[in-house]
Structure formats: C-alpha cells, structure tokens
Design a protein around this ligand. Structure first.
Ligand code: DX5
Ligand code: ZN
Length: 226
C-alpha cells in the first residue's frame, strides 16, 4: 500500500498569520507544501512568486510541491529547481516540447510532474508518463481555490490511475482541487496518494489547522468518518 501524503495548499493559509500556520505544518510533519504559481496568462489569476518560495524554503525544511500554472515554463525551471527535494509540475499543453521540459527539470535533480487540466485527456500525455515522478490530476479548473469538484472528475481520476497501474509506472498520483472532507475518501479509493489540502478541508474558514490536519490523516487512515 503506498504511503498517503498531504500537501497543504499554502495559498489557502492565513496570509496575515503565515508563520503561525507554517509552524503548525512543520510540527504536524506534513509531507509537501503545495505552492500554486500563477502568471495571469495560463490562468487569469496571480498567486505566489519565487521570493515567496525562497522565504518558505529557508524557514521550513519541507519539500516544495510547486504547481506552475504559467506559460514559458522552461524559462523558469532553473529558478524553481534551486529548492532541495522540490517537485516541479507544469501543464504540458503550454509547452511545444513537454518531454524536454521534463528532462530539464530532472537535469536540476528536481522531481518532474505534469499537472492535468480537467479538459486534458490521458491519451494526449501518455507518452510523458514513463518519465515523470508525479502526476497531479486537477479536479477543479486551474487558478482558484474554493471551487467545487468538477462532475466526472472521480471517474477521470480512476481512469488515469488504472492506465498508470496497467503499465506498471511508479509515479506518485496527486489530486488537486476541492479535496474536501466529503471527497477525500472517494479520491483515496479512486487511487490518489498525494492530497492537495486547501480551503475545503484543513484551511476551512474558522477551523483549527492543527486539529484539521489530524482529522484529515485519520479520515485517510479510515479511522474517522468524513
Ligand atoms: C488549485 C487550487 C489548489 C487547491 C485549493 O490548484 O488553487 O490550491 O484546490 O484547495 P481547495 O480547492 O480546497 O480550496
Ligand atoms: Zn495547485
């Protein structure tokens, strides 16, 4: 059984008390920190930037799970690949040569991932699968937190998981988007292993982050109802 991992989406943290939230994430030994990088082109939104990643990386010894929702991906790989043990996932449809982008990421000893836009079919990226370390399957449209899961996403997740397993690939399978208390177990049972946790679970408004992380883990372990 693969280890199930939690990757809190830091754009959902309390920006006015970020250090407090980070201290909780560190104390709770979360597996990754999911950072959405947006350029206002691939998605009509902006989020975190390189300096934010540097500050985060200098403070918390937790691998950065960098989700590039940007165009001109290759141009920025050297900058983002400087973070020890980081994952860099990008949307392959923005690259003319996504295989080269994967090789470029790996040439900096970072882990390479592709992020699957809800409208992208597995058929169009199947030749990339042998070379990636992680696949991030989006269950909401890229660019914004607090959305609802797109109907049919769980079936798509299952389809991609089955495709990957049938070919014996060993990448991690991440799910990103409305990983809510109600969706969490369904996503786990569909084969997700890494869970991007945001406003619909651990960072829910008015919630207790520490207790929510513990609740998230116990639901994943199947010891608590959702
Ligand atoms: C899509 C979002 C994620 C995540 C946020 O990349 O920006 O950061 O879905 O969590 P939710 O969907 O729970 O607000
Ligand atoms: Zn993301």
């Amino acid at each position: 059984m693969n280890i199930l991992k939690i990757s809190p989406s830091i754009i959902c943290a309390d920006f006015l008390n970020l250090k407090k939230d980070l201290d909780i994430l560190i104390a709770q030994k979360i597996d990754y920190i999911h950072i959405d990088i947006m350029d206002g082109h691939y998605v009509c939104n902006f989020a975190m930037g390189l300096d934010f990643c540097k500050a985060l990386n200098s403070y918390a010894d937790i691998p950065l799970d960098i989700h590039l929702m940007i165009e001109n991906v290759d141009e920025f790989i050297p900058d983002f690949a400087q973070f020890k043990n980081c994952i860099i996932s990008f949307h392959p449809e923005v690259c003319y040569h996504p295989m080269r982008t994967i090789q470029l990421i790996k040439s900096y000893s970072a882990r390479a991932g592709i992020a699957i836009n809800p409208v992208l079919q597995i058929e169009s990226i199947k030749y990339l699968l042998p070379d990636i370390d992680i696949i991030s399957i989006m269950t909401v449209h890229p660019g914004f937190a607090s959305q609802k899961i797109i109907p049919g996403s769980l079936e798509k997740l299952r389809e991609i998981v089955n495709y990957i397993h049938s070919r014996g690939y060993s990448m991690e399978i991440e799910v990103d988007g409305n990983v809510s208390w109600q969706n969490l177990l369904k996503m786990r049972d569909a084969g997700a292993q890494v869970f991007v946790a945001g406003t619909s679970s651990i960072f829910e408004k008015g919630g207790d982050l520490r207790k929510n992380i513990m609740r998230f883990r116990s639901i994943l372990k199947g010891v608590e109802k959702d």
